[in-house]
Write a protein that binds this ligand. Structure first.
Ligand code: GSH
Length: 263
């Protein structure tokens, strides 16, 4: 069945679906509609989502549209089972799901860290994401020993986490965050690096993420405008390659529209 995906530029949740389809050799099976997050959602889209504004949402002809990336991934895997990306053996799928279950806490920790505007709380956010990295390291050590990916190739849990590893480049840039050295992180570090190198997951770049997510570092998410600005870093024009790199110091003087190359 042909379907249409409504998404916002560089949305990691939509990228999960794009990676899954690419692994299945089915990138062309989807028609993409890019939504400008800096403008109110069109009425037809709010009807599809029954009022919520988060993307992605998948339209499937006359059938009820589906939202929530994890739900969409499971549906796509079920609709297009060949080649399987999730493990087909239920026990093996349960194992990879133990790691996948960490995704909500991980997403939350990374986004709240970049958006934090209280300098005194920086360490608290750093400690929180590190504790999740350690939990992921433990899961990998215990349930996927002796490998790089969870199983022998880039699969289900890798599809789920890779877009987040890429978004969290914004932590590297705006928070100076890097995984500490040591055995508590070595396994998850190797896993993360292998995920980032996957050819089917190269939809975004470091520069693009850092430029587009500057407003998040100022505490303004989802296309909202930081104080004193008239254009969001999520606008389509001027496109990100033409803009300079934003200032790294998120607690320093905020950059203007002009300094960000937005006007
Ligand atoms: N839990 C949702 C989260 C989706 C989400 O937060 N999407 C963001 C873009 S990355 C969005 O559409 N934000 C705009 C909004 O919420 O209005 C999923 O997994 O699909």
């Amino acid at each position: 069945m042909a379907f249409r995906m409504h998404h916002i530029p560089v949305c990691p949740f939509s990228q999960r679906v794009e990676i899954l389809l690419s692994l299945k050799g089915m990138s062309e099976a989807v028609e993409y509609n890019v939504v400008d997050i800096t403008k109110p959602r069109p009425e037809f889209l709010l009807e599809l989502t029954r009022g919520t504004t988060a993307m992605p949402v998948i339209e499937l002809g006359a059938r009820t549209p589906i939202k929530e990336s994890m739900v969409i991934l499971k549906m796509v895997e079920g609709m297009f089972p060949d080649p399987p990306i999730a493990r087909t053996d239920p026990h093996e799928h349960a194992l990879e799901s133990i790691l996948a279950e960490q995704q909500g806490a991980f997403v939350n920790a990374g986004y709240s860290m970049v958006m934090n505007r209280d300098e005194a709380k920086r360490e608290t956010y750093r400690a929180r994401i590190l504790s999740i990295y350690r939990a992921m390291n433990d899961i990998l050590v215990n349930y996927a020993p002796g490998k790089t990916f969870f199983f022998e190739r880039f699969g289900w849990s890798e599809v789920i986490f890779t877009p987040m590893f890429q978004r969290f480049w914004f932590l590297e840039y705006y928070e100076g965050f890097a995984l500490p050295s040591g055995a508590e992180y070595d396994r998850v570090r190797a896993w993360r690096e292998a995920c980032l190198a996957e050819p089917h997951a190269q939809q975004v770049s470091f520069e693009q993420i850092v430029k587009l997510y500057y407003d998040y570092a100022l505490g303004a998410g989802n296309g909202a405008l930081p104080e004193g600005r008239t254009r969001s870093t999520f606008v389509f024009e001027p496109d990100w390659p033409a803009r300079p790199m934003p200032p790294k110091d998120k607690f320093g003087p905020p950059a203007t529209d002009a300094e960000l190359g937005l006007i």
